[in-house]
Design a protein around this ligand. Structure first.
Ligand code: CP
Ligand code: NVA
Length: 302
């Protein structure tokens, strides 16, 4: 593994190895066992979009691994004034040991990886959110004790989270059921992959998707960069594409709920369901730290 650009790129075995390492790093951190696997190394973190969890978990994670992290705002870098990503990649490769990037186009992340000579980690694009999905799989395994054979239901926008959850769920042997409004389906190639490699269904019917689910997941109706479409999207999703008590009644009795956050209460999830499952949702947020430390150790340790 040279980079983490998408979940699709990872072999199922590699996903499980990363989850095992994340569990171990979590245990060590909780027990005060130092793990300076990245002493003397520097991670550059390029942000073209806002972030709370990704920024803080990568920066803290790098510190806990004995390394250093640099926050590089897209507004301040020359990239924001038009310096090509190809040149940025070649320059940063001479200073840093790894780059985490959050941006719009997946192509920008791929260019960074192709032109640079150091590992690149995708911290969210319009297309996918692989770090989040590793944390989600880690959390599901913690709560349910396994992944294989479980049913994952995702309802809402067929966005970056949907694309990565479908790929991650299928790769770890889960049944994946997705409900979106017409016109808001996940990426076609991701769905082709899922149909060819596992048990995947797409529907517009949220209750059908949630039926007997072990895990119910949603995300915002309008992602970063889609602010102008917010009203139109609200009209397409409101009143239907929401995790609420009716949806939870269709799922298994002990079903868990995940949300990558930030959450919009009474839009994609009711406050009632959110608070009832807050323990899982905030464990999921914490697990970003542990899962990303595993990714950085895998990519950046000697
Ligand atoms: N879930 C997630 O990526 O959160 P941030 O946007 O706060 O990084
Ligand atoms: N789909 C959301 C996820 C945020 C973590 C977005 O892209 O804004």
């Amino acid at each position: 593994m040279k980079h983490l650009l998408t979940i699709q790129d990872l072999e199922p075995k590699k996903i499980l190895e990363l989850l095992n390492l994340a569990d171990q790093l979590k245990y060590e951190q909780k027990h005060g066992i130092q793990h300076h696997h990245l002493a003397g190394k520097t991670l550059g973190m390029i942000f073209q979009k806002a972030s709370t969890r990704t920024r803080v978990s990568f920066e803290t994670g790098m510190y806990q691994l004995g390394g250093h992290a640099l926050f590089l705002s897209g507004r301040d870098l020359q990239i924001g004034r038009g310096e090509p990503v190809q040149d940025t990649a070649r320059v940063l490769s001479r200073y840093l040991d790894g780059i985490m990037i959050r941006t719009f186009a997946q192509k920008e992340v791929e260019d960074l990886a192709n032109y640079g000579t150091i590992p690149v980690i995708n911290g969210l694009t319009d297309y996918c959110h692989p770090c989040q999905i590793l944390a989600d799989l880690m959390t599901i395994r913690e709560v349910k004790g396994r992944l294989e054979g479980l049913k994952m239901c995702y309802l809402g926008d067929g966005n970056n989270m949907a694309n990565s959850l479908i790929a991650g769920g299928i790769k770890t042997g889960m049944t994946v059921s997705v409900a979106t409004p017409k016109g808001y389906e996940p990426n076609a190639q991701v769905m082709e992959y899922a149909k060819a490699n596992g048990n995947f269904t797409l529907t517009t019917d949220v209750l059908a998707a949630a039926a007997d689910a072990d895990v119910v997941i949603t995300d915002v109706w309008a992602s970063m960069g889609q602010e102008k479409e917010a009203a139109q999207r609200k009209a397409a999703f409101a009143g239907v594409y929401q995790i609420n008590s009716t949806v939870m009644a269709a799922a298994k009795e002990n079903a868990m709920v995940l949300h990558c956050l930030p959450a919009h209460r009474e839009e994609e999830i009711t406050a009632e369901v959110f608070e009832a499952h807050a323990k899982e949702i905030f464990e999921e947020a914490e697990n970003r730290l542990h899962a990303q430390k595993a990714v950085m150790v895998e990519l950046m340790a000697n």
